[in-house]
Design a binder for this molecule. Structure first.
Ligand code: F6P
Length: 366
């Protein structure tokens, strides 16, 4: 049991992972369990995001033994759910049809939890904020490969996704060059262009299309023709899934329905067809998709995730609830959740990486 200067002893906390998985989730769970155990606080792992609070049997005790060896493993040992916002949705439980949030609060107390650590992206953190307002003492940890959470320079998972996409672009270079083709690589990122921009610059792409800069394919075709003119008869186009043409709209893979948010996808295929028409060159498209979310976290993500987990436990002990841990290099700080929810961190147009890309002759489609 851990006593702090700020109140009664803490003996039991819960931890859950929500939203799309990202490499580093297990590293955070490990850090929470190890640092909690260090101060004699028990950790309860809740399964499948907040759904783990729907029934009193969807949890398990996590000891250091349970988290041994998971630092380098992708996914999450707790499972996750990416359904959007379940709050206010009636659900069937063993005690009849119930309001989702009321049921979660009830089970939180039934499990005798003193606090909750919620590891998730903007959607999960928004739900966490609602539970905080309903009296659940909790601390958030920002995760997402998209890197689109405000008030933190980095989320864990992003660096791993960028490394994977960069490697894919490297591999596509050789086949593109051999066949004198245009390869269009569609990457994830939702409505933010971080993955496309970072992987595109790191991989030496010739065109990078991001949601923050609507594109004109005539201008893209012009830059591809320019490369042909100086003898580089292939081009690599990296397109964020949320990229869109000037005056157009995003490509939607699956429309929003019920509590499920819209899923983006398909822009790579559209760009490929149009560039083939405009340039007369053979074009192909590759969608990196969920491969970007798999695999072992990079050392950067392991370190960030470990720091986030350890700091989240410190905030719990300090009873600084309703906060999210955040990376403000070189420090891990606490940011109120209310400053985070409902906002998206987009690539600033005056960002030096944008300027560097332009200086390299990369077309941003504008
Ligand atoms: O937020 C992470 C992310 O991988 C986005 O880049 C992508 O748009 C979305 O999740 C896909 O979600 P799902 O795996 O639930 O279809």
């Amino acid at each position: 049991m851990s006593s702090t200067a700020h109140g009664a002893p803490l003996s039991r906390i819960g931890v859950l992972t929500g939203g799309g998985d990202a490499p580093g989730l297990n590293a955070v769970i490990r850090a929470v369990v190890k640092s909690a155990t260090h101060v004699n606080c028990e950790v309860i792992g809740l399964e499948d995001s907040f759904d783990g609070l729907l029934e009193a049997d969807r949890w398990r005790k996590l000891t250091p033994r349970d988290v041994t060896g998971i630092l380098r493993i992708g996914g999450t040992i707790l499972g996750t759910a990416n359904r959007g916002n379940p709050l206010g949705v009636p659900i069937k439980t063993t005690s009849g049809s119930r309001d989702y949030s009321e049921r979660c609060v009830e089970v939180f107390h039934a499990l005798k939890l003193d606090a909750l650590i919620v590891i998730g992206g903007d959607g999960t953190l928004a739900i966490a904020y609602e539970f905080h307002k309903r009296g659940i003492p909790l601390v958030g940890v920002p995760k997402t490969i998209d890197n689109d959470i405000v008030e933190t320079t980095n989320t864990f998972g992003f660096d791993t996704a960028v490394s994977f996409a960069t490697d894919a672009i490297d591999r596509l270079h050789t086949t593109a060059e051999a066949h004198h083709r245009v390869m269009v690589v569609e990457v994830m990122g939702r409505n933010a262009g971080w993955i496309a921009l970072y992987a595109g610059v790191a991989g030496g792409a010739d065109v990078i299309l991001i949601p923050e800069i609507p594109f004109d394919l005539e201008k893209v075709a012009h830059s591809i023709r320019g490369r042909d003119a100086y003898g580089a008869r292939f081009s690599i186009v990296v397109a964020a899934e949320g990229a869109m043409p000037v005056g157009g709209s995003v490509s939607v893979l699956k429309a929003a329905s019920g509590e499920y948010a819209e899923r983006l996808g398909g822009i790579g295929g559209r760009i490929m067809a149009e560039l083939e028409r405009l340039t007369g060159k053979e074009c192909r498209t590759v969608v990196l998709g969920h491969l970007q979310r798999g695999g072992s976290p990079t050392s950067f993500d392991r370190l960030l995730a470990t720091r986030f987990g350890a700091r989240a436990m410190e905030l719990v002990l300090e009873r600084r609830f309703g906060h999210m841990v955040a990376f403000h290099p070189p420090d891990i700080v606490a940011v109120p959740l209310e400053k985070v929810v409902g906002r998206t961190r987009n690539v600033p147009l005056d960002f030096d990486v944008i300027r560097a890309a332009r200086a390299m002759g990369i077309s941003l489609g504008d």
